[in-house]
Design a protein around this ligand. Sequence first.
Ligand SMILES: O=C(CO)[C@H](O)[C@H](O)COP(=O)(O)O
Length: 208
Amino acid sequence: MKLQLALDLVNIPEGIELVEEVKEFVDIVEIGTPVVINEGLRAVKAMKDAFPELEVLADLKVMDAGGYEVLKASEAGADYITVLGVSEDETIRGAVEEAKRHQKKILVDMIGVKDLETRAKEVDTLGVDYICVHTGYDLQAVGQNSFEDLKTIKRVVKTAKTAVAGGIKLETLPEVVAAEPDIVIVGGGITGQTDKRLVAGKMKELIQ
Ligand SMILES: O=C(CO)[C@H](O)[C@H](O)COP(=O)(O)O
């Protein structure tokens, strides 16, 4: 099980400083969608240059032009690129083909998918590397999480690996770990803490 640190509310120097603090406990650094919007793909390149030993995920949430956007993120040094599960199968196929060409991985984010079981089964046939259940900020704000959805994809997905994201904290991590996802994605649960190193270390312990 890998721990992915999501960086959403920082600029490039702040992100690098934050990763420096917790890098020994983290497997993947996510350049979150707001960071990509603010800073562009150069944030991916800057993180990979600063920490070549860590994997970097570009959270582009690709919705169209899958091949082209995966190409650009791959050129910037991303190891993983996210594509939305609600996008067309053609988009996901294009992303997967391009990722394979560059030895990169595609993580499909199921945010906004209404019939999770049916779509997860479909996406699982498209050759993606990971399927991720995700409660975004707007649904976290009304008290939702993805813990039951994780159990659903663990039951129906046969080929892809699984991941979970959305409001995971140290207190809720044991419940998540019990469902055995391949990647646990944590943003504010680490970045919003006063002692980030302490919390990241405890999370890593629970995951191992
Ligand atoms: O993709 C995201 C928001 O769209 C976040 O990176 C993801 O939800 C993880 O952050 P947090 O743990 O703070 O919810």
